[in-house]
Design a binder for this molecule. Sequence first.
Ligand SMILES: *Cc1c(COP(=O)(O)O)cnc(C)c1O
Length: 429
Amino acid sequence: MRPQASQHLYIRAQQVLPGGVNSPVRSAYQRVFELDPIYVASGYGAYIQLTDGRMLIDYCLGYGPLILGHAHPEIVQTIADTAETGTCFGMTCEKEVQLAEVISSRLPGFQKMRFLNSGTEAAMLAIRLARAATGRQKIVKFDGCYHGHADPLLVQAGSGVATLGLPNSPGVPPATVADTLVMPYNDLTAVQNLMQTRGTEIAAILVEPVLGNVGCIPPRDGFLAGLRHLCDQSGSLLVFDEVMTGFRIGPSGALGRFHVRPDLIILGKVIGGGLPIGACCGSASLMDLIAPAGPVYQAGTFSGNPLAMAAGLKTLEILQRDDAFTQLNENSERLAAGLRRAGEKVGVPLQVNQIGAMLSLYFCDRPVTDYTIAKTANQELFKRYYRKLIDLGVHLAPSAFESSFLSIAHTQEVIEETVAAHEEALRAL
Ligand SMILES: *Cc1c(COP(=O)(O)O)cnc(C)c1O
């Protein structure tokens, strides 16, 4: 497709899709970075190809699900084989049981789960369940954490809300968010103070164990353990939103890395192998509050969809079989080190935050430990850098507030090419 053709598609898209897209950040290429319209045609391994023919190394990876890279041959084959036997039944199939067994075996103590179709739905169920289990209404979330677009959680959220600088959304009734209390991430003292006075009203503290939706911000030592302690004191539930970190920052996600045990874990992204999925996981006693075992209602036409189950199962199998996390961690550290080194060499102050196969870069001269600091990073510099990087063949998610992801297809060679492009982009600033 020639550039005029992309322009034409852009115009058609504006006519039939709000803002020309189906998720807000996707409009940032034009709206924030003022690039000519670009559309993706295909993806393979670490690369995507645009409709204008350009090949880009991709660190967006569908915003996280594609830990095996695009169109991994075994995943493609699994999806094709499964599709031949039917795509939707509304009846329970063996693959749902198998995927639940595998996830449960990797997350000791989380015996049961409910599959849904998105991380958003998983977060909705987690808070409904926490409220039912505790008989309390209030929820604590953290500034910059994104848990999908459900009404009660759409306050001071990251991701698209941060990228496009949107205020809290109209259409969300004030009463719906009145029970959502927002705390600064990594600030245990603030949470302590809140819990001291209002702990007995709090149904759950909901947290991204690694804040991934304003870039990548790991938890301070003791932050998650501190939240666990406060929840124990007040009888509140601790919910880890591992939609991004689950099976990405290690074989048992944040649970395995930080050794802090939440009451509920929500998952999505990686566990669907590139197809839509969500999951809410917990102990048998908590999860048995969900209908039909218990009274907490939740349902879904496409929940436990055989294609997503099969792709997820195969993904987790490949990650395990190929000892993928060792290589993913090494390569991610290599990339982070390369990005930092180039910054020093060229003399541009930048922070690179990395944990497992997720990382982000801020044009900022002090460590980025929360959303307030992330917002002080130089957005104008990021914009110029981003535009140059696309020219040089590297695609990050179009936002200074989205994490970048690696896949097993991001080899050492790909990383070296990326670091070289990064250095050249820094020189051009
Ligand atoms: C992506 C994401 C969600 C929302 O998942 P969807 O599948 O987009 O609804 C929730 N929480 C976190 C941490 C996420 O990164």
